[in-house]
Design a binder for this molecule. Structure first.
Ligand SMILES: N[C@@H](CCC(=O)N[C@@H](CS)C(=O)NCC(=O)O)C(=O)O
Ligand SMILES: [Fe+2]
Length: 357
């Protein structure tokens, strides 16, 4: 019996896929996301499965893979194409290699074009294929960085994905519009970039004029994925301080979601590191937050106690991440950054004092 789950990372709109053989109790996870490793590990445990491998469809440019972190937490092997150039994998996949879980397997098909090392993973009975960013729903991966080639992508999709059975379901690496899956038949007809009779030249012209901004995380994600998501501080990443449902970010600090902060505000020291005028500004601030602007934090850290956990807050979560690092260096063991800052706090309709918009 097959276990199948589609998992979503809202920050990068990435899909991860869990495939398990229930009888054997073995599973693989395709395209895990670093920040979602705790969620994925919990799900795998709850389903009574043992992770035998993580598989990355390619070296991603927009998020860091959870491959290394999941291997540390759950064991199993790291698999990615040899052509990706990534270091630290246990299995360096070549075209048509198989990865087994129990009595089931996926076959890795080389589908270069978005990157040189892209692979599509096809389930043994060809009922499903995981296309990574080669083919997206009514779209496809961009070809304007990381060895991208629209010519190669066209050939990969036409000769390797569109030759799968028509009713083969296709599960993409991302979707930015809320769609979850498609099929070979559907994309052959309705894909606006290369469906129907669209020629290679038409496709190349389309891809040359996408005009997309680079992914926000590209400068962090690509180098991180070239080492399969192994962070600089390995010990920190694997030692969960455990005082809250924290997420370790690849950049090296722990984060906590606004809703948890709101529920536990009374037990916390909430340190708002924005400037005074922002604190009093239209976004408002958290009721019992203490204002300690980032520039003064180091010299005023003694105003905080090491006995209670500290949560740092700013507008979008970047300056407060720096603040969390400063406090950690100053000897605070329980410190976390509030993910997304006051912008996420407000977007989630949590109460803000002095808010005026
Ligand atoms: N806004 C997103 C952009 C993500 C992006 O460029 N995604 C790549 C995949 S790594 C892509 O091919 N996108 C195709 C598209 O958006 O049509 C971010 O900053 O992360
Ligand atoms: Fe990608």
């Amino acid at each position: 019996m097959l276990t199948f789950r589609q998992l979503f990372d809202p920050q990068s709109s990435t899909y991860s896929y869990l495939l398990g053989d229930r009888t054997a109790g073995e599973a693989i996870l395709i395209d895990p996301v670093f920040e979602q490793a705790a969620r994925d590990a919990a799900l795998i445990r709850e389903l009574g499965l043992r992770l035998v491998a993580t598989l990355d469809t390619h070296a991603h440019a927009d998020h860091v893979t959870g491959a290394w972190l999941l291997k540390k937490r759950l064991g199993g092997k790291i698999a990615i194409s040899a052509a990706s150039g990534a270091e630290g994998a246990d299995i360096r996949l070549a075209d048509r290699d198989r990865v087994s879980f129990g009595k089931r397997h996926v076959t890795a098909l080389a589908t270069p074009g978005h990157t040189d090392g892209c692979m599509t993973f096809v389930l043994d009975n060809e009922s499903m294929a995981f296309t990574g960013d080669a083919l997206l729903i009514r779209g496809c991966g961009r070809t304007d960085f990381q060895q991208g080639s629209a010519h190669r992508l066209y050939q990969s999709i036409k000769t390797r994905i569109f030759t799968l059975p028509d009713d083969c379901l296709l599960w993409p690496g991302h979707d930015y519009h809320g769609l979850t899956a498609t099929s070979v038949a559907e994309e052959k007809v309705h894909n606006p970039r290369l469906g129907g009779n669209i020629s290679e030249a038409d496709f190349v012209g389309y891809m040359q004029n996408l005009g997309l901004p680079h992914p926000r995380q590209i400068d962090v994600a690509v180098p991180a994925n070239m080492v399969c998501g192994r962070p600089a501080d390995e010990a920190l990443a694997t030692n969960d301080p455990g005082w809250a449902p924290l997420t370790y970010t690849f950049a090296g600090f722990w984060e906590i979601e606004p809703a948890w902060v709101e529920e536990h505000a009374a037990e916390l020291q909430i340190v708002d590191v924005r400037d005074e005028d922002e604190f009093a500004g239209p976004l408002g601030h958290i009721a019992n937050a203490q204002l300690l602007p980032l520039g003064d934090l180091e010299k005023r850290a003694a105003e905080l106690t090491k006995e209670r956990p500290v949560v740092t807050v700013c507008r979008a979560g970047a300056r407060s991440a720096q603040a969390a690092t400063i406090l950690k260096k100053a000897g605070f063991a329980k410190v976390a950054n509030m993910a997304g800052g006051m912008l996420r706090w407000r977007a989630q309709n949590l109460p803000a004092q002095g808010a005026r918009d």
